[in-house]
Design a protein around this ligand. Sequence first.
Ligand SMILES: [Zn+2]
Length: 506
Amino acid sequence: MYSKVSCANVIGVDGFLVDVEVDLSNGIPSVVIVGLAETSVKEARERVISAIRNSGFNLPSKKIRINLAPADMRKEGSLFDLPIAIGILSALGYIDYTEFYKKYVIIGELSLDGKLRKVKGALSVCLMAKELNYEGIILPFANRQEASIVDGIKIYPFEHLNEVVEFLRNEKRKEPFVIDSIENSAQDELDISDIRGQWAVKRAIEIAVAGRHNLLMLGPPGSGKTMIAKRIPGLLPPLTKEEALETTKIYSIAGLLNGDIIRKRPFRNPHHSISDIGLIGGGTNFQPGEVSLAHNGVLFLDELPEFSRRTLEVLRQPLEDGFVIISRANYKVKIPSKFMLVCAMNPCPCGYFGYGNCKCTTNQIRQYRNKVSGPLLDRIDIHIEVPQVPYENLRQENNRENSIIVRERILRAIEIQNMRFKDTNIKYNNQMDEKNISKFCKINPKAEELLMNASRKFNFSARAIHKIIKVSRTIADLEGVDEIKLEHIAESISYRILDKLNYDGI
Ligand SMILES: [Zn+2]
């Protein structure tokens, strides 16, 4: 009495095929699971036995051996419950699974009464099943939405073990599940027109988003830094279907999907007390970190100097490569983590330097700012000041542009970059290296002269000069001109306030 069921294991963000083999024999009644199963999988034994009994099936006193193949791959998670149950019921003769073995992949967690529970990573498993030309996937009802965004594979969602058995006994009676196509236009984003005053800040944000430049905002408490940051995802182009799929996969693995897929660019805002693992991902039961949950969106670090230096150090790899490598006991996984980094900080420890009432010493202020210097600051192209807006300005202002208008301009600048970089391996101005800069950034002589004078005056490093040129490239793109002119360089220099503050003696 033997049976075989296809199911899957999720490692990192990818699904891998696993065969569940069940063999029944005479002997002391017992259930044994072999094949590099972690504790979370071994617990399946208890759940499956209860679920089978409580669904009205008889379990004879037999020795049940369950093998998860391939044996050299570590298996984690609760998604093996349902395929194991189906394997046992098939070996017992309640159903004949032989003809379905090459047809379906089965995943699902069981509760003791036989109900099916949502599993993590269902989307990754669907993509794998499609890749391997399976006809369909059988999974818990709660996973149906995320699964259904994969085209070309039939989705059969169920709520109870009994329903799965019923379906396998009489397959024709059920139609696969279908949802309406993805509507990306669901734009209930926060709008930039909610921000009163701050036109200079809004301009800097537009430039940052257009060239995908990482951004640091410096300003006193209550100046609206967080409110501004939250409106950045709405200025980015809508998620493409491809991007929606990538991001949904990560949320599926984290168990953070609420039935629906991810349609909006994520905004992640971790607290400064976050651990390295929380930020990067990992842990005994693998969880994607904030950098991956922000994939295709915005990672916002408020009160930047409060983050530990070591925590900020770990941001280097994702910022550089667009992915993180997580080392597990005997393998490594690669998780995508491409995001726009937006940071905010106060001008000094008390927050009010430059706004009266500041009691910090010069030394305290220097120490505070030094916390963010180094490798992380090297990856931030634009630093701006977000001042407190006087009450009169808030009252007087009208004609505020909304996000749709600003985004139109941003999209045009992105198009120019697409054309420029079509034969290279980069996409945005912020990714240009020295070679790209000399190739794509034609600077007119007057602008060049200004840049030289400014770097002497403020003692800009070579890195800072590169950033100024890259940002001025984006400013010229927003204007739709090829040559970088004086006013573009001048504006770009104004977005280096931390360099200039250091010069001023603080
Ligand atoms: Zn202060």
